[in-house]
Design a protein around this ligand. Structure first.
Ligand code: C2E
Ligand code: CA
Ligand code: CA
Ligand code: CA
Length: 276
């Protein structure tokens, strides 16, 4: 893009120019970050709401930037997607998460986020198969989380992609459930194993509002009717845990249970267990 010369950008408002230049430099930095091992994964436990046991973790990427500090994923996943860097980045995340799960040596689920671009560019099923083989990760311990936007383009091609991922024996989760469009149709069409109830619904639980509770209860039942495990995202207090348990939601994730943790802290938590 630099070769385009100054003239092309002259038509833009200076602020847009700045924003564009920032994105370009971020893209360059991100390319180097991959080579320089600046990306790290934090792991947030998924907790069985009945037993209180940790059943798995979700891997969440961060960029340990030399000058900007710990950069959250929402600040660079977009750039990674628009530049195509999401493909090598996503592969690294998959491999690192699997290496960690294998190192723990316990039958824990490891959930990894997969973005639309990653899903549609290249052969994700092949990448996953390679990573499983490289790391020795049992397929049934890996869960790929995708948002409804992945399923939005409800084409036969995408269905075929989902089917070939399932054929590897990995689990599939529908992330942020309830925030996209015509969610219900996807449940019929795609063989998902896990339904993650978006934080925005969980947020309003436990405040005594009957309608908010009805909504979440209905989503939990819907998941159960389709044979899916249900996970509530963004659990922030004990009242929410109580309501979700009463609704027979299977698992919870959120700051009240545990924040996402660096590898060493997650390992320690596995040894001590969550405070009850
Ligand atoms: P997500 O998949 O919905 O992940 C959950 C986000 O909610 C995480 O933010 C997590 O730290 C945060 N969270 C967890 N519990 C709570 C809570 O109780 N309250 C609140 N307010 N937030 C909570 P994070 O790590 O900043 O990630 C943001 C998003 O970035 C993720 O949303 C996911 O869409 C994306 N992302 C993260 N890692 C990856 C990755 O490796 N690949 C791709 N493609 N996307 C990723
Ligand atoms: Ca997720
Ligand atoms: Ca989510
Ligand atoms: Ca979310």
């Amino acid at each position: 893009a630099k070769e385009a010369g100054g003239g092309v950008y002259a038509a833009y408002h200076p602020k847009m120019h700045d924003a564009l230049m920032q994105r370009l430099s971020l893209a360059d930095d991100l390319r180097l970050a991959l080579e320089r091992d600046e990306l790290v994964l934090h792991y947030q436990p998924t907790v069985d709401l009945t037993s209180g046991e940790i059943v798995g973790f979700e891997a969440l990427v961060r960029w340990n930037h030399p000058t900007r500090g710990m950069v959250p994923p929402l600040d660079f996943i977009g750039v990674a997607e628009s530049t195509g860097l999401i493909v090598p980045l996503g592969r690294w995340v998959l491999a690192e998460a699997c290496r960690q799960a294998v190192a723990w040596g316990r039958p824990l689920k490891m959930a990894v986020n997969v973005s639309v671009r990653q899903f549609e560019a290249g052969d994700l099923a092949l990448t996953v198969a390679e990573v499983l083989a490289e790391t020795g990760m049992p397929a049934d311990q890996l869960c790929l989380e995708m948002t409804e936007s992945v399923l939005l383009t409800d084409t036969d091609e995408n269905l075929a992609r989902i089917v070939s991922l399932k054929a590897l024996g990995v689990m599939l989760a529908m992330d942020d459930f309830g925030t996209g469009y015509s969610s219900l149709a996807y449940l019929r069409r795609f063989p998902m194993d896990v339904l993650k109830i978006d934080r925005s619904f969980v947020d309003r639980l436990g405040s005594g509002d009957a309608e908010d509770e009805t909504l979440v209860r209905t989503i939990v039942r819907l998941g159960q009717r389709f044979g899916m495990k249900t996970v509530a995202e963004g659990v922030e207090n004990a009242a929410q845990v109580a309501v979700l348990r009463e609704m027979t939601c299977d698992y919870g994730q959120g700051y009240f249970l545990s924040r996402p943790l660096p590898s060493a802290e997650a390992t320690r938590l596995l040894e001590t267990g969550l405070p009850s």
